[in-house]
Each structure stands twice: as C-alpha cells, then as structure tokens.
Design a protein around this ligand. Sequence first.
Ligand code: GLU
Length: 302
Amino acid sequence: MGNLEVVGRLAPSPTGWLHLGHARSFLAAWWSARGAGGRVVLRIEDLDSSRARPEFVDGVLRDLQWLGLDWDGPVVLQSERREAHRAALEELAGKGLAYPCVCTRKEIDQAVSAPHGADGEVVYPGTCRDREGSPERSGWRFRLSDSGDVGFNDLLAGAQVDSVAEQVGDFVIWTKADEAAYQLAVVVDDAFQGVTEVVRGEDLLASTARQALLQEALGLHHPNWVHLPLVQDGGGRRLAKRAGSLSLGALRDSKVEPQAIVQWAAKSLGMHGEGGTAQDFVEPFHWFNVPGGSPRVPSDWL
Ligand code: GLU
C-alpha cells in the first residue's frame, strides 16, 4: 500500500501573466488538498526556453502569495529536472516504446495521409516509426500500441475513454530543440513530487490519456484527475494569457482586493459562505458542490 496522504500541486508555466482562470484552478487545487489535510507542492513549468521568462516566474510567485496560497517543500523548476526527464526517455527507448523522429511539423502537417484529430491536432502518420539507425538531430515519439485507447476517470467530467491513436498518434515526448516535451516532463515530475491529485483546466483533458499511457509505460502511479471548465470573458471566450487586462496583476493595479477574487472563485466552485481569505474556504470546499459549466468573469472586472 502506498502513502495515502493527498498531495496536490500548482504547476504554472511562466510564459505570461496569470489570470482569473489560473487563480480559480490554483485555489481549487489548494482547497482540495488542504481540505483533505494534505500537502501542496509547487512546480514552475519553465521548459519552453523560447517562451519562459524570469519576470513571469517572479510574477507567478507574487500572484500566488497575493491570493494567500502557500506550498510545502522547495519550488521545483522543471528546467533543472533534465537528467530525470532524459532517464525516463532512455527507459522508454530501452523498452522499445520511444523512437527518434526527424519530421518537422510542416512535413507532418503536409503528409497526405494525416487526418486531423480533435482540437486541431494533427495525427502523426508514423513516418519515422520503422526508420533504421539513429539520426543526429531528432525528436522522440512515444510508440503507441494498436489503438492507444485509454480509460480514466475525471472527478468532474466523469468516465472518459480516449483514443490517443485517433487524437494524435505517436506523440512527441522529446523535442528537436533537445528539451523534454510537456507530456513526458509532467509525468516524471508529478511522480517525483509525489502528486496524487492533478487539478487543472479542461483544455488539458485531452492530454490526460497520453499522460496515463506514459505512467503505465514507466511503472508510475496515476494521480486522481480533475479538469475544470475554463473561465470565460464577457463575450464567452476563454481567457488567454495574452489578454493582459484580466491578469491578476492588472486587477491588483486597479485595486481589486485578493479577497474579492477568492470570494468569486469560491462562489463559482459552489461555496456560499462568508469569508475572504483562501484559508476561510478550506473547510467548506467539496468537489460534489462544484457546478458544471464555465463561470464568467464579473462584468465590473472587464
Ligand atoms: N504548466 C501548465 C500550464 O500552465 C499546466 C500543466 C498541468 O497542469 O499539467 O498550462
């Protein structure tokens, strides 16, 4: 039997300013773990060296503290986990579950046989699957078994069955720029940090099956997954990191108090109690009270 302690995580990418959608997911993750008497770990997902910037790391830390969220143990920087990521890649390659791929995105997009999967993703036609030898400048892909069908349960979205073969095919786990891909890094680092509960936006629901496959291939436990519907702006569009006006920093500058954001997030997650600080909502938080559907940003913040 493993350790039964709940370990939640906050896993921001420092590629932009955090917005209300991040605040809501982070509060939910924190309330869930703290409410279970568990720990919360923080990991900065700064692998994308072309987009991650130090000022965004500072911004993330400031925003979390401003919201009243804390975490246990050291802050893990994903960029410092390269050796562990590489070891996982080698383990997969050693098992015949990863292969080098020299295709460029353009080549993949142009392959006549590539049907388009869900969410605009392109299904990899398997061009490099049976290539002989090890090319010099290559990325790596995970080799799917026949269908890549994966079943898992999401606490809010319910039972899911995804066909990874139909969604993306053999997916990239190491980029041609010689960096671990998100799917591999997240799995290796969640296991390293002992994460038992992953709470994040619904836009990552489609990645979960890929992560479950990697966990199985690497002999790692599955965490519990919860994907929250995305927060929408006044026009019903999802918030983007580029849309700076609803960043937490911009709200802070226009004198919105953190308590107001905590209160809004709490209400959107099915809590009606009074209170203001994040701590005040640890006890009343329960997943079964969380309503479905996307919450809207209050009009006076737009
Ligand atoms: N770092 C990712 C993001 O900020 C989240 C990854 C995850 O929660 O698995 O979009």
